[in-house]
Design a protein around this ligand. Structure first.
Ligand SMILES: [Zn+2]
Length: 120
């Protein structure tokens, strides 16, 4: 008995424009009729409820509000650049799109900043 081969995702019915295997993290369904701008691999989303300040209020704390963020990784078919998108689920802002390398750098810098909270 054989199941779907994850290395051949999508296992069958591959669109003619999809000339490469999906990366292991791709959870997107690809269809023959996908618009060229929609021809990208995409990870399953992560959701992060956060308190964020949107806009340019002064003091910034006056703009704090609950926001749900959706975080996804993506890469256009045939491209070498993988990006991470961090976006609000209910509005076009906030929106931050970073290369994977930049996202790693951002995480490192956030950890450095947050580590200072732990100092006595
Ligand atoms: Zn894919």
């Amino acid at each position: 008995m054989t199941g779907p081969d994850p290395t051949q995702h999508p296992p069958e019915g591959r669109p003619s424009w999809l000339a490469e295997a999906c990366p292991p993290w791709c959870a997107r369904e690809h269809h023959e009729q996908d618009h060229p701008e929609d021809r990208y691999h995409q990870s399953a989303p992560s959701f992060a409820p956060v308190i964020a300040a949107l806009g340019h209020a002064i003091p910034v704390t006056d703009a704090l509000t609950a926001v749900e963020l959706i975080i996804r990784m993506a890469r256009y078919v045939g491209d070498v650049h993988t990006w991470i998108a961090i976006e609000g689920t209910e509005a076009p802002e906030p929106r931050l799109v970073l290369t994977a390398e930049s996202a790693r750098s951002l995480v490192q810098h956030l950890e450095e900043q947050l580590d200072s909270l732990r100092l006595p």
